[in-house]
Design a protein around this ligand. Structure first.
Ligand code: G3I
Length: 370
């Protein structure tokens, strides 16, 4: 390659980088469409990761807590709550005027075993479980009333087989427990947006049950306002036409739609495709960790196009989509570094390991400007 060609390439790249940093922030490019969020981990919430915090404040208009409002973190034992980090999370949102999301009230994972058991370790009755949940919801939602604007009330309650997930919540409390969870959250904060959140509901079988569930919950009196499509994607899966269809189908039920946990895994994965089943854990093998020394340009390009397509479909439905949140800030922190195989180098988010905007950011901004 001639030196002048290399130079031209370098100048073009420099111009692009300058355009990214001098251009509009993501949140500003999308201010007439929907809020754009990022999930924060404890380091970001407590200010230890100041570089990520700078990105959040500059680029995003919403935040979600990646782990720190989950039951095991704030209510690890029957006799007490730990609100220290959760309080700092909400204070961060208040200080920077960010749409602050609560995650999560009813989930089968990261809920301590004691919640479902009596002192002898035997399963508790439905009434006893409902009482524990009622008390948890009024304590937690009530504490942040008016500050947390949206709560993931029930999470991942449909299984990958397209049937209701047989979690302890469902086995003991049935669907009535989900209805009551929405009702109590609404009583605790009548203005909060209340979400049923799930992954893979673009998949037609799972989507059918998720749609039916929303209808049943509404008919039973659950004040559900929003369906959260988690959007844990891979480069090749799912076909994004399914996202387009799915947003349209939920819109017909009169709920808003949010993309609540968007990330795009570029790494090869054994098995059958996009999922976010936290129980999955696979053995390490170098062939599944191919980009330890950097992402090849062609893969970066595919990632950029894929992010742009997701935002393009969301923009098409901007009357019903009210938020897109990415599940993390930089590639340093994506959960894909540790799942479904530990210790990999993943590239799933919008900002790289050096805290720089990836080309996806400019591509997403240009979708909003079309
Ligand atoms: O904090 C401990 C640390 O003290 C310990 O040394 C370390 C050793 O493994 O574990 C740390 O906890 C980990 C935690 O993330 C914080 O990094 C847990 O092992 C790990 O299981 C946990 O993973 C989280 C996962 O939920 C758990 O279910 C991910 O960070 C989080 O991104 C992920 O988020 C979920 C959403 O809540 C729901 N939808 C799917 C999404 C992705 O799985």
């Amino acid at each position: 390659m001639k030196f002048t060609t290399i130079l031209a390439g370098a100048v073009a790249l420099a111009a692009m980088t300058a355009a990214v940093s001098a251009g509009p922030a993501l949140k500003d490019a999308y201010k007439n469409a929907f809020v754009i969020g990022a999930a924060l981990n404890a380091g970001q919430i407590t200010g230890q990761d100041a570089k990520s915090d700078e990105i959040v404040v500059r680029e995003f208009s919403a935040i979600s807590p990646e782990n720190d409002l989950k039951w095991e973190r704030i209510h690890p034992a029957p006799d007490g709550y730990h609100f220290d980090i959760a309080d700092q999370y909400v204070a961060f949102g208040q200080a920077h005027n960010l749409y602050t999301v609560g995650h999560v009230l009813v989930w089968h994972a990261q809920t301590p075993r004691w919640v479902f058991q009596d002192a002898q370790g035997k399963p508790i009755s439905k009434d006893a479980l409902l009482e524990r949940l009622r008390s948890h919801i009024f304590t937690v939602v009530g504490r942040y009333k008016g500050k947390i604007k949206a709560w993931d009330v029930i999470n991942e309650v449909v299984g990958d087989d397209g049937k209701m997930r047989q979690s302890p919540w469902y086995q003991i409390g049935g669907e009535e427990l989900f209805v009551k969870a929405f009702q109590w959250a609404h009583q605790a904060d009548p203005k909060a947006e209340l979400t049923y959140n799930d992954y893979n509901i673009e998949n037609p079988d799972k989507r059918a049950e998720a749609l039916a569930l929303v209808k049943r919950l509404k008919a039973a009196g659950a004040p559900i306002t929003t369906v959260g499509i988690q959007a844990h994607y891979m480069l090749g899966e799912p076909d994004l036409k399914l996202l387009d269809e799915t947003i349209g189908e939920f819109a017909k039920l009169g709920v808003k739609v949010a993309l609540t946990e968007l990330d795009i895994d570029v790494l090869p994965r054994p098995g059958n495709g996009a999922t976010a089943d936290v129980a999955l854990s696979l053995a390490a093998d170098p062939k599944y960790n191919p980009y330890v020394n950097g992402l090849p340009a062609d893969v970066q390009q595919k990632l950029t196009e894929r992010y742009a397509q997701v935002f393009a479909f969301a923009l098409k439905h901007k009357d019903v989509v009210n938020r897109i949140t990415t599940w993390g800030v930089t590639d340093n922190d994506t959960w894909h570094n540790g799942w479904p195989i530990r210790g990999r180098t993943a590239y799933s988010l919008l900002f790289d390991r050096a805290y720089q905007a990836k080309p996806s950011v400019a591509a997403i901004i240009s979708e909003a400007q079309k």
